[in-house]
Each structure stands twice: as C-alpha cells, then as structure tokens.
Design a protein around this ligand. Structure first.
Ligand code: C2E
Ligand code: MG
Ligand code: MG
Ligand code: MG
Length: 298
C-alpha cells in the first residue's frame, strides 16, 4: 500500500511539474511571437518620478507590458524571469531600448515637447542582459539612433548584477556613464550584496524598494532602514528615489528625511505614452510659476 501511495505521489508530482514546465514553455513561445514584427502585444508604460521638495516631475520610468492574445495581460514579474532564463531577454532587452529611444525622440519632437524637456527616462535592464557581451553594442546602437542627448537616458540595474560584479561589469558601468547616461540601483536593500560596492561604482541614484515603505510612518524597523539608507546615500553623493509611495504619510516622512524623489500611485500610475503629454500638461498648468509656458516666448 505504501508503495502504491508513493507511486501516486510521484505521478501527482510529475503532473504538477509537467504543467508548470509547459506553462513556462507556452509563455516563452508566446514571448518570441510577441517580438515578431507587427505583433503589437508588447508596450511600454511610463511612471512619473516627482521631485519631493518641489513637486515637479523629474523623470519617467519605462515599464514593460505584455498583452497575450489569449491569456490577456501577463505581469512583468511573471514574464521577465522567463525571458531571463530562456534567453529571450536577448531580444526583449534591445526591443525595450529601441522603443524607449524612439519614444523619447517622438516626445521631444512632437507638439508637447515643452512638457518633456529636461525629463530623464529610466529603463530597467536585467542583470542577465547587462552581463552579456553584446549588451554594450545594443546600447550604443540605440543611443546612436537617438536624436536626443544620451543624458535623457538612465539605466536601472539591480544588486544581483553586483553580486557577480567582476571587473568587466564595473568597467562597463563606467563606459555607460561616460556615454552620458545615469545608472540607478533599483530595489536597493533587497539583494544580498555588500555595501562596499556603493563607493566603487559610478551610480547616480539609489531606489529604495517599496517593501521598506510598508507601515511608514509607524513601523520603527522600516523607518530606521529608510532613514539609514537616505543618510548613507547622501553622504556618498547619491540621489535617492523612493518607489511605491502610496500615502501622504509616506510622502511626508520621505520629505522630512530629505528623500530626493518619489515614485508611486500617490502621484501617478504608469501610463501609456499618449496619456503622458496630457498628464504633464495638467501638472504644469497646476503649477503656473513652474510651467515652461510661463517662460517668456521668444
Ligand atoms: P521595478 O523596476 O522595481 O518597477 C517598479 C514596480 O512597482 C512596477 O511594477 C510599478 O508598476 C510598481 N509600482 C509603482 N508604484 C507603485 C505603488 O505605489 N504601489 C505598488 N503596489 N506598486 C507600484 P511592474 O510594472 O509590474 O514591474 C515589475 C518589475 O518588472 C520591475 O520592477 C522590473 O524589475 C521588471 N520590469 C518591468 N519592465 C521591465 C523592462 O522593460 N525590462 C526589464 N528587464 N525588467 C522590467
Ligand atoms: Mg525599476
Ligand atoms: Mg544620437
Ligand atoms: Mg524597484
């Protein structure tokens, strides 16, 4: 009887495994199809980053969306790891870079250009992608096609890249900042890397992970972590962006402790490119003194 039960368990286990593997395979195949020309399943949405002190929009973060033809929207937390493991990231990463560069030029050369002037656009780059030898070539090609200044672009990398921070990764980071782009460290505090790298790498920003904002104000542990991060980052000359700011209480705490920028649903959700112009116009009209339109017309 024990043997039979064991066999049943085994069969159950394999059925479950099989299902998960085939689900991943289906998503991997789906992603490859989504990258075919004309598929129109992939799109970028953009979330504003707000200067905490002035309330002005400082920049945008590009976030990838995938609308699967039968499954509907698949979240990046599901498909990005699959893209990384399967190697599809080799195609997906360059697609995102090209699309962001195309969008930046479209904005800066379009009718609402004044509202996009001076904004940075951040792009997430997977560690698996950044570490590939071809990455720099793809980046250089995208930036060459970009008519706007490369200073418009920022790359968001994560600590998982730094765990394997071999000399060539660090060298690559320097090459990127020498090209004019900013480097931000995303999800700060969630990885397992040492803090020593912070002084050796050409980073310009730290992004405090959303998980540390939970229960703020009021959660003494998270408050201590956020205060310590801000103090350390500022002493090292890094700007700090808080992500996942949802409440006025969080914003007030971050402002009181000198956090440079906030990104979160309190201010705005990520939105499609075409909605952004109207949103920015409205922001600038609500702050007439700071509106680019208030500047004397030539
Ligand atoms: P991330 O780079 O840390 O992006 C921030 C995530 O927090 C986004 O989730 C954003 O929609 C979400 N978020 C922003 N404000 C709030 C808030 O106030 N409350 C809550 N609950 N969430 C908020 P999203 O778009 O689902 O992306 C998840 C992750 O997927 C990203 O985390 C990033 O690691 C990855 N990702 C997204 N787009 C790309 C991409 O184009 N390339 C790569 N390699 N990774 C990407
Ligand atoms: Mg990010
Ligand atoms: Mg160029
Ligand atoms: Mg993050």
């Amino acid at each position: 009887a024990a043997k039979a039960a064991g066999r049943n368990q085994w069969r159950f286990f394999t059925a479950d495994m099989h299902q998960r593997v085939s689900q991943r395979l289906a998503l991997e195949t789906g992603l490859r199809m989504a990258l075919e020309p004309g598929a129109q399943e992939l799109a970028l949405v953009y979330q504003p980053q707000i200067d905490t002190a002035t309330g002005r929009v400082m920049g945008l973060e590009a976030l990838l969306r995938w609308n699967h033809p039968t499954l509907g929207p698949v979240p990046p937390s599901t498909f990005i790891p699959i893209a990384e493991d399967s190697g599809v990231i080799e195609l997906l990463g360059p697609w995102v870079l090209r699309e962001v560069c195309r969008q930046i030029d479209a904005w800066l050369e379009g009718p609402d250009a004044e509202h996009f002037a001076g904004l940075t656009v951040a792009v997430n780059v997977s560690a698996a992608e950044f570490a590939r030898p071809q990455f720099l070539d793809h980046l250089q090609a995208a930036v060459q096609a970009l008519r706007a200044s490369p200073r418009t672009l920022e790359l968001e990398i994560t600590e998982s890249l730094l765990v394997q921070a071999a000399g060539d990764i660090i060298e690559r980071m320097h090459t990127i900042t020498e090209m004019g782009m900013g480097l931000s460290l995303d999800d700060f505090g969630t990885g397992y890397s040492s803090l020593g790298y912070l002084k050796r790498l050409p980073l310009s920003k730290l992004k405090i992970d959303r998980s540390f904002l939970l229960g703020i104000p009021g959660n003494p542990e998270n408050e201590a972590i956020v205060r310590a991060t801000l103090s350390m980052a500022h002493d090292l000359g890094l700007m700090v962006v808080a992500e996942g700011v949802e409440t006025a209480g969080q914003r007030d705490f971050l402002q009181a402790h000198g956090c440079n920028a906030c990104q979160g649903w309190l201010y705005a959700r990520a939105m499609p490119a075409h909605e952004l112009a109207a949103w920015l116009r409205q922001q600038h009209e609500a702050m007439p003194g700071r509106s680019p339109r208030a500047a004397p017309q030539p």
